[in-house]
Write a protein of this length. Structure first.
Length: 374
């Protein structure tokens, strides 16, 4: 009898302890969702720091944020000795101007030489962007030594800027090539090289899963942007075919959704109202991101500045009209009447006097029409 009474008493004690611990667990606040990135965003790169005009673009009242595109090799040319001067200046200016910050730091072709030591690499031409056609050295996207060094650098970025209230978005990067977009060189000759290098969709997607898990842990107070690209037309048997790239694209996005949850921002960095290399404009590509409006933070970046690229941006010889038409593509509403949360515009257009009425009109759309995700 004493044993039964003692056992019942112990059971009550354990039950009470469990309920107390459960109550404590339920009382713990969930991790807060960071302030959402919204509005027009000026895109700058290191060349804009030469004359300081980027600060004028940053101070433009139509801009809500600033996105810096910079190479890993520009920040950490020697191991363990990063030069934070440009990023420090950026964050200080953003704080003074009350603008939010997105960082897009590119490894891939722009990996510092020290970080390629002992890494499997191959030579490919840049498939787009500045220097298109230039042959560069690309680390294999899944190489663990390369990714380990990249993650060590990413952790330094998080330690230095992660607590800044201006820092709202960082682009997930690593298994990439010429930008933050998940793209790889994909010409017919490139595909043959990738076959020899051992590319398979599963191998590439696995590398991205590791990236998303790492960023989710290192940047708990930021959104993590995923820049839409595509896989290669090579299947898991190593065979070249016409269809695998679209399935791989969705697998990369799904992996991000699973790892990042409410802190994912889906972005397409190729909006243009005029003809590109394969399509009459970007409208059909844009629909992929528009389809996610309301499910997560969404955004677009212009393909280029309209000044100097009026044809591809939608109005040959008329830069303001070209920019206006391309922004119109970026702010196309979904079936519920919502548009994306942010639109990124290059500094050259933001600095131009002739673009100011276009920018004011675009900025007003964020005040008058609901954006996605709340």
């Amino acid at each position: 009898m004493r044993f039964r009474a003692l056992r019942r008493l112990l059971a009550f004690v354990l039950l009470g302890a469990f309920l107390r611990s459960a109550t404590v667990a339920l009382a713990q606040p969930s991790a807060p969702i960071p302030a959402k990135p919204t509005g027009l965003v000026v895109v700058i790169d290191p060349s804009n720091f030469a004359d300081g005009t980027w600060k004028t673009a940053l101070d433009n009242p139509t801009m809500s944020g600033v996105a810096l595109q910079i190479h890993w090799s520009d920040i950490e040319p020697s191991e363990g000795n990063p030069d934070w001067s440009k990023l420090d200046e950026l964050f200080a200016a953003a704080k003074a101007s009350k603008k939010w910050v997105q960082l897009l730091i590119f490894p891939g072709f722009f990996t510092p030489a020290w970080a390629l030591q002992g890494v499997k690499t191959d030579s490919f031409p840049y498939q787009y962007g500045p220097g298109q056609g230039t042959v560069g050295t690309l680390p294999m996207p899944w190489d663990t030594t390369y990714l380990g060094r990249w993650f060590a650098f990413v952790k330094l970025v998080a330690a230095r800027y992660g607590s800044s209230p201006e820092f709202r978005v960082i682009a997930a990067d690593g298994p990439t090539s010429v930008s933050a977009e998940f793209t790889l060189p994909n010409s017919a000759d490139d595909l043959v090289k990738w076959q020899a290098d051992g590319y398979t969709p599963s191998r590439w997607v696995a590398a991205w899963k590791t990236v998303y898990q790492t960023y989710a842990a290192d940047f708990p107070d930021q959104y993590i942007s995923v820049s839409v690209g595509s896989g290669l037309n090579i299947n898991d048997k190593g065979k070249i075919g016409p269809h695998p790239h679209e399935n791989t694209k969705q697998d990369v996005v799904d992996a991000a959704m699973n790892a990042l949850g409410s802190r994912m921002a889906l972005q397409l960095s190729d909006v243009h109202a005029g003809p590109g290399p394969n399509l009459p404009n970007s409208e059909s590509e844009d629909q992929y991101v528009i389809g996610y409006i309301g499910q997560m933070v969404t955004g677009f970046q212009m393909r280029s500045a309209a000044i100097g690229a009026t044809r591809v941006m939608g109005a040959p010889g008329d830069a303001p009209l070209a920019l206006s038409r391309s922004i119109g593509f970026a702010l196309e509403p979904d079936a519920a009447g919502q548009h994306v949360d942010y639109v990124e515009i290059y500094a050259r257009d933001v600095l131009s006097d002739q673009m100011q009425s276009v920018l004011r009109d675009a900025a007003s759309k964020f005040a008058s029409v609901p954006s996605s995700h709340g």
